[in-house]
Write a protein that binds this ligand. Structure first.
Ligand code: NAP
Length: 360
């Protein structure tokens, strides 16, 4: 099979580093180009990233000496050298929107981790196991941008990647009505480690800017449908969220309360989770977990440290399902925020786009 030439925009950041590790032995993708801010441009990667490298493994040899490009000034050159880019940059939203559109207009597809385009109506926001059909909006987006190949596809926020996968498959049979969720989010979600954010040791911060709005609003686009040239958000289920930052390196936990149109039994819910297969499992995509939703019977599972890396950090863990006094049920869920919730989710989305012919 042909290998795709891939660029990483924001390669020196936390998510960029994850991309580099995940793609170092990828069967379909070859990382041939790295780009970051003008601060890093022109330097070999190992020097540009320097002490910011915070992955558990050393910098892979294939990228160590690549000279970093300027993500904003070198768009034309970058677009010539790659088949598509992954993008994860820390810039202002309007700058990111313009940057990603510029790559797309240069006929370079963008698979993005950034939130800037999540609510652009013709940009698909895809969690590949749940709403893969939303990529069918891409021809409409290409028409608007005036491109043949170029487009933008995004993945949703990391905070929702436990509770939305758990609830979405239940909706068809039982109608999810109201959802209350509290998230307990790792510090890597802010691009930080305990070295760079020592204030988080022995601490909880009850505020993450913009996170509650994303956690309540983004699920409605995932639940949405294509109508003409746009994706129309659903007006249900009702979501309310509180998002807390907790002293954990990786892994977002969620405590979920849910009410249904037609209350299922506990056994029916467990069966839906056990049997659920999305498009990535059917297509056997390289980064797809074999078992997407995993239920733990033990009272003290899933645990962040024990279970976040399940199936390479791409599987979702669920536990403690029981009836509630105010809602129908409550349960907990766990997802790896920089794998499933960031770089891994974007890689899986890119695999889906390749398998469905959008990168050719
Ligand atoms: P980060 O560690 O702060 O990295 C930011 C990256 O952006 C670096 O490569 C940086 O390059 C680059 N950059 C900054 N200013 C730039 C400019 N003016 N032009 C070009 N590149 C510039 O951030 P992160 O945690 O990786 O997050 C990146 C994006 O992913 C954000 O939009 C974030 O919201 C999103 N995201 C993060 C997570 C997560 O778990 N961390 C999850 C989902 C989504 P230099 O090193 O050269 O400054």
């Amino acid at each position: 099979m042909k290998k795709y030439r891939v660029g990483i925009i924001g390669a020196t950041g936390m998510v960029g580093q994850r991309f580099i590790l995940l793609l170092s032995e990828h069967p379909w993708f070859d990382v041939v180009l790295l780009a970051a801010s003008p601060r890093s441009a022109g330097k070999p990667y190992y020097e540009a990233v320097g002490s910011k490298w915070c992955m558990e493994k050393p910098i892979p040899e294939n990228v160590k000496n690549l000279v970093v490009y300027n993500a904003t000034d070198d768009i034309e050159e970058i677009s010539k050298q790659v088949d598509f880019v992954f993008c994860a940059v820390d810039m202002k939203k309007d700058e990111i929107r313009a940057l990603e559109e510029e790559y797309a207009r240069h006929e370079c597809p963008v698979v993005s981790n950034n939130s800037a385009h999540r609510h652009t109506p013709d940009v698909p926001m895809v969690l590949p196991e749940l709403n893969p059909e939303h990529i069918e909006i891409i021809p409409s987006q290409r028409k608007r941008l005036g491109t043949k190949r170029g487009f933008i596809a995004v993945k949703p926020n990391c905070s929702l990647q436990g509770y939305v996968p758990a609830l979405f498959p239940l909706d068809e049979k039982f109608g999810v009505k109201d959802v209350l969720v509290c998230t307990y989010q790792a510090i890597s979600g802010a691009g930080k480690t305990f070295d760079t954010w020592p204030e988080m040791i022995d601490n909880v911060i009850p505020f993450i800017g913009g996170e509650e709005e994303k956690s309540e609003k983004e699920p409605l686009k995932i639940w949405g449908h294509i109508e003409g040239d746009v994706i129309v958000d659903s007006n249900r289920p009702n979501f309310t969220a509180q998002c807390l930052r907790v002293p954990v390196s990786n892994g977002h936990m969620g405590a979920v309360f849910a009410r249904f149109e037609k209350k299922p039994t506990k056994e029916e819910m467990l069966e839906v989770w056990k049997d659920y297969k999305g498009r990535p499992q059917i297509l056997n995509l390289p980064s797809a977990p074999k078992q997407f939703l995993n239920y733990f019977e033990e009272d003290n599972r899933p645990q962040t440290k024990l279970d976040r890396d399940l199936e390479g950090g791409m599987a979702i863990s669920i536990g403690r399902l029981r009836e509630d006094t105010q809602f129908d049920y409550k349960f907990v869920c766990l997802s790896h925020n920089t794998l499933r919730g960031a770089a891994g989710g974007a890689v899986l989305l890119a695999e889906l786009l390749c398998a469905e012919g959008y990168m050719d």
